[in-house]
Write a protein that binds this ligand. Structure first.
Ligand code: GCW
Length: 604
């Protein structure tokens, strides 16, 4: 079994009968490296996930002792700094799998589902224990196992599939990982009720009884995750009810059992007329939810994507995350590289999250969630280096103050035995990888020039005359959308400091320039280049850097089988980057009829 950042850890035992609780696992893990007399574990239940390390004693809550053990092992194995005490910033540190029960994974790039096949629970306990260990080793504690688009038979997870759910929860319990399930707002209809209206007494009773049944089988279920009124999913709007009324319905059913209701805010008009410039999709989440601030129950968490669109390579932070004062919020990021190279192209995410946290004041959040990049491939992540994203996500949700470099370099140290110069080279390329991808794909904050639906490779007009609200509006003279008060007004959703940052094209950061402004191709950028020249230059540079990246990776002595997989993917990435360069540059060249100042080949 591929061990990735646990490569220096021995495989878990096949017989897990003696390991029922996190403390048992903590003891087992430590005793692989230290004589039993060299450490002691002390449980103080009220400490929860927190731990103290003093001398040879780890004191912590029931899960805290396990996190303390992994902190110590990260130190021994990879030289990570050893804290005297530590507690996670957020109580819920979640992985959201978009796995379907037919075995497919929506936006999955690492093979089929780890949990399901053929409409049933089908899994290898040893593989899932390894997943539990990966999660625990970086402090992640909630696993939502099924797609937020809940297709049959996953609706049965609250019903006939409960025994399977319960068995899976048992399997993850020693790792301190609690399960969560995605549920569909219309489930009462499946059960034979005539309505799913949140204000209908029968519907309320049905959810209350359902929650009671679920918690009898899985007493420590973390809660439910819901995608409602989003991309065709059912929701309270069908009944003329608000999303507070919808969310509170489920939250009240979960409350007696200590469960949380995580409600996604990915609500927008996905049937837009592209001719109608008065609708601006990034405004949608704020417009829907901000007026409801204060109306959500205590055990509701609104889960908000990091940007106002949808996991593009660069977006400003979602203004909704900055504007809810009286509502619990979870930040949602995407480990699955849907728009960012699909675990073929190298794309290290820690720098991106750091930017979000910088604008966000991390204390405003009560949870963090990531869409999973896991699958059934031997290495779990498709691309061996994509594991670093999962790893860094865990460490950053534990402590958002940690630096991206620190997470990536620790991941490298734990995963591979490389000489110092190879480690440095790898770190440098991983840290630059997002910028490289950005250069050959998305000009200056535009996004969405990707092939529709598959979301790999270029197609500059693919989404332009479609329903999805993702337009760049490139003409023969200008490109981008004015989102200031003079334009769509999106910018006015931000607090004053951020409005000031983005307000003027002359001072707006280059990398978000075309997100906020519509500019002519001869607009002069801060560095003196014209906008069109900058677009050409970035695309040429990005493709050249992807070629250098391939060479740099080839020079690093990765062990097999990782080396082969990494090099195959690096070659595909280079070809992808060349394709993006040519397609995007040609698109703008044809539209603008402006030459490249450096006379390079742009295909007519
Ligand atoms: O961007 C879209 C993805 C969908 C996904 C949706 C969401 C689960 O293309 O595949 O559906 O986001 O986040 O709900």
């Amino acid at each position: 079994m591929n061990q990735n950042w646990l490569s220096k850890f021995p495989p878990l035992p096949e017989d897990f009968s003696g390991i029922g609780q996190p403390i048992d696992l903590a003891r087992w893990e430590l005793s692989r490296f230290l004589p039993e007399s060299a450490f002691s574990l002390k449980v103080e239940p009220e400490m929860g996930d927190a731990f103290l390390l003093s001398g040879s004693t780890i004191t912590g809550g029931e899960t805290g002792v396990l996190y303390g053990a992994y902190a110590l092992l990260r130190h021994l194995q990879g030289g990570a700094p050893l804290p005297a005490s530590s507690r996670p910033r957020y109580p819920l540190r979640m992985i959201n799998c978009w796995d379907n029960m037919d075995g497919s994974v929506e936006r999955g790039y690492a093979g089929r589902s780890l949990f399901f096949e053929g409409g049933q629970f089908v899994y290898h306990p040893a593989r899932l224990r390894h997943l539990g260990r990966m999660m625990a080793s970086v402090g992640l504690n909630v696993l939502c196992i099924n797609n937020v688009n809940v297709h049959e038979p996953a609706q049965g997870l609250l019903d006939e599939l409960l025994p399977d759910l319960s068995a899976l929860a048992d399997l993850f319990r020693p790792f301190g990982v609690r399960l969560m399930v995605s549920v569909d707002f219309s489930m009462p209809l499946r059960a034979g009720l005539a309505t799913a209206d949140p204000l209908d007494g029968r519907v309320q009773t049905w959810w209350a009884q359902t929650a009671a049944r679920v918690y009898r089988e899985v007493p420590d279920l973390a809660g439910f995750l819901v995608k409602a009124d989003s991309e065709g999913r059912p929701g309270p709007f069908t009944y003329g009810r608000s999303h507070a009324e919808g969310a509170n319905l489920l939250a009240r059913a979960l409350k007696p059992f200590g469960g949380v209701l995580v409600w996604r805010c990915f609500v927008y008009n996905c049937r837009q007329d592209w001719r109608d410039a008065s609708v601006d999709r990034p405004k949608a989440a704020f417009d829907t939810y901000q007026p409801l601030d204060g109306q959500f129950d205590e055990n509701v968490i609104l889960q908000i994507k990091n940007g106002p669109f949808d996991f593009q390579v660069r977006e400003p932070v979602s203004p909704l995350l900055l504007s809810m004062e009286k509502t619990n919020m979870a930040l949602e990021v995407q480990l699955a590289q849907e728009y960012t190279g699909q675990q073929i192209d190298l794309y290290t995410m820690a720098p991106l999250w750091k930017e979000i946290f910088a604008d966000l004041e991390p204390d405003r959040l009560s949870a963090v969630a990531a869409v999973s990049n896991l699958g059934r491939d031997d290495n779990f992540f498709g691309h061996p280096l994509a594991a670093a994203n999962f790893f860094a996500f865990g460490l950053l949700t534990w402590n958002p103050e940690i630096s991206p470099e620190e997470t990536v370099s620790l991941w490298i140290a734990l995963t591979y035995d490389l000489d110092a110069s190879s480690r440095q080279t790898l770190l440098r390329w991983m840290m630059n990888s997002r910028r490289i991808y950005e250069k050959y794909t998305a000009p200056l904050g535009l996004g969405w020039m990707i092939t529709p639906h598959s979301h790999y490779g270029p197609n500059p007009s693919g989404y332009e005359y479609d329903l999805w609200g993702t337009y760049h509006r490139a003409s023969h003279t200008a490109v981008g959308i004015d989102r200031t008060a003079a334009g769509t007004g999106y910018l006015t959703q931000y607090p004053p400091e951020l409005q000031a940052r983005y307000q003027n094209a002359s001072s707006c950061p280059d990398l978000l320039l075309l997100f906020f402004h519509r500019l002519p191709y001869d607009f002069v950028m801060k560095d003196g280049r014209t906008l069109i020249q900058r677009i050409y230059d970035d695309h040429f540079e990005g493709a050249a850097e992807a070629a250098e990246l391939e060479k740099a990776l080839a020079a690093i002595p990765f062990p097999e089988p990782d080396r082969t997989v990494i090099l195959e993917r690096a070659e595909k990435q280079r070809l992808n980057a060349e394709n993006w360069r040519d397609v995007i540059n040609t698109f703008f060249h044809r539209l603008s009829d402006l030459p490249d100042a450096r006379g390079r080949t742009i295909y007519p």
